[in-house]
Design a protein around this ligand. Structure first.
Ligand code: COA
Length: 328
C-alpha cells in the first residue's frame, strides 16, 4: 500500500509588511535584510486570523482540490509551534470542528519548521493501518504573535500563513517515496521560546524571562546548510539515484542564502529549488506546504517529477521526503 497527495491548499493573510515598513521603527534596512536573507516582505495576520483560522482556509482549499468531503477524513494533523491555546485544546480539534471532519481523529504535532515533513510521514503511517481514511495534513503558524519586534536579529525573518494537503492510500503504491527524519536535541537552545513547565512559575528566573522567540541565527544557519545537504544526499542514496535526477526541491524557506549554499554544496542548479521566501519570510511549519501549493497552482509540478520536500528547525529537527509527483 502506498500513498499519494490528492490536493493542496494555502492561505497567506492579506496584510503585507515590507522591509521598509520594519526599518521605520527598527535599526535595519531593506538592503541589509534582502542581502542577508532574500526576504523583501512577509504576510502578518490581522486580528481576524490566528493559527486555526488560517489552517481552516488552507485546508478547505486542499479538500476542494482533492474532491474529498470533510466527513471522509480519518485524521487531521496540524503541525504548529504557535497553537491557538498554549497547551490544550489542540489547534487540530478547533480545525476539525470548523471543517466538519466529523469522523476524524485530530491532534497537533510540534517539530518546529520540520513539522509538516514529520506530519506527512505520520499520515503515511496512519494510512498503512487505515487505508480507506484520507488524512488532512496542515502546517499553520502565527509567528508574528511570539516575536520580539524590537529584536532585529529575529523579527525580520518570520511571517504568518498556512498550507495543507490531503493524502490518501493508493493500492499501487508510490514508487520512490522515501523519508528521512532526524533530531539533534544538543542544539535545543539555538531556537527556543520560554514559558512552559521547565521552571517554577513563582521563581525569580521564570518571572524575568521573555516569552518571545529567541534565536542564535549564525548557529542555526550553519546547522541548516549542513543538514539540508545531508537530507538530500541521504534520500538519494537510499533511493539509489543521483541528486541530478531530482526535478524539484520544495524546501523550508528560512533564508535564501541557506538554499543557495545547499545548491552549491550538492552541485544542483538553483532553479531546481522552488523559492517564495522573498514575499513570505519564514513561516515555519507552514513554509513547505505553502511553497508546495504555490508550485502546484503555478503549474510547476508535473506528473512523474521526482521531488524532495525538506525542512529543518528548532529542536533541532530536520528531515525530508522524496516522492514521485502523482497525476490527477
Ligand atoms: N539589520 C541590520 N543589521 C543586523 C540585523 C538587521 N536586521 N540583524 C543583525 N544585524 C547585525 C548584527 O547586529 C551584527 O552586527 P555586528 O557585526 O556589529 O555585531 C551583524 O549584522 C552580523 O550579524 P549576524 O547575526 O552574524 O548575521 P548573519 O549573517 O548570521 O545573518 C541571520 C543573521 C539571522 C539572517 C542568519 O544567521 C540566519 O538566517 N540564520 C538562520 C535563522 C533561521 O532561519 N532560523 C529559523 C529556523 S530555521
Amino acid at each position: 500500500m502506498g500513498a499519494k497527495i490528492l490536493g493542496t491548499g494555502s492561505y497567506l493573510p492579506p496584510k503585507e509588511v515590507t522591509n521598509d515598513d520594519l526599518a521605520a521603527s527598527l535599526d535595519t534596512s531593506d538592503e541589509w535584510i534582502f542581502s542577508h536573507t532574500g526576504i523583501h516582505s512577509r504576510h502578518i495576520a490581522g486580528p481576524e486570523d490566528c493559527t486555526s483560522t488560517m489552517a481552516v482556509k488552507a485546508a478547505q482549499k486542499a479538500l476542494d482540490a482533492a474532491k474529498v468531503p470533510a466527513e471522509k477524513i480519518g485524521a487531521v494533523i496540524v503541525a504548529t509551534s504557535t497553537p491557538d491555546y498554549d497547551t490544550f485544546p489542540s489547534t487540530a480539534c478547533i480545525v476539525q470542528n470548523a471543517l466538519g471532519c466529523v469522523n476524524a481523529a485530530a491532534y497537533d504535532l510540534q517539530a518546529a519548521c520540520t513539522g509538516f515533513i514529520y506530519a506527512l510521514e505520520q499520515a503515511r503511517c496512519y494510512l498503512a493501518l487505515h487505508p480507506t481514511r484520507p488524512v488532512l495534513v496542515i502546517g499553520s503558524e502565527t509567528l508574528s504573535r511570539i516575536l520580539d519586534w524590537k529584536d532585529r536579529g529575529s523579527c525580520i525573518l518570520f511571517g504568518d500563513g498556512a498550507g495543507a494537503v490531503v493524502i490518501a492510500a493508493t493500492p499501487g503504491g508510490n514508487e520512490g517515496w522515501t523519508t528521512h527524519l532526524r533530531a539533534d536535541g544538543s542544539g535545543a537552545e539555538f531556537i527556543l521560546r520560554e514559558g512552559g513547565t521547565r521552571l517554577d512559575p513563582e521563581s525569580d528566573e521564570a518571572k524575568s524571562l521573555s516569552r518571545a522567540l529567541m534565536l542564535k541565527g549564525r548557529q542555526v544557519f550553519n546547522f541548516a546548510v549542513k543538514t539540508f545537504a545531508d537530507i538530500i544526499e541521504n534520500l538519494c542514496a537510499e533511493s539509489g539515484i543521483k541528486s541530478s535526477d531530482l526535478d524539484m526541491i520544495v524546501a523550508h524557506q528560512a533564508n535564501g542564502r541557506i538554499i543557495e549554499a545547499t545548491a552549491r554544496r550538492i552541485d544542483l542548479p538553483l532553479d531546481k529549488f522552488f523559492m517564495n521566501i522573498e514575499s513570505t519570510g519564514n513561516t515555519s511549519a507552514a513554509s513547505v506546504p505553502v511553497a508546495l501549493d504555490q508550485a502546484v497552482r503555478a503549474g510547476r509540478l508535473k506528473e512523474g517529477m521526482r521531488i524532495v520536500m525538506a525542512g529543518f528547525g528548532s529542536g533541532l529537527t530536520y528531515g525530508g521526503t522524496m516522492m514521485t509527483w502523482p497525476g490527477n
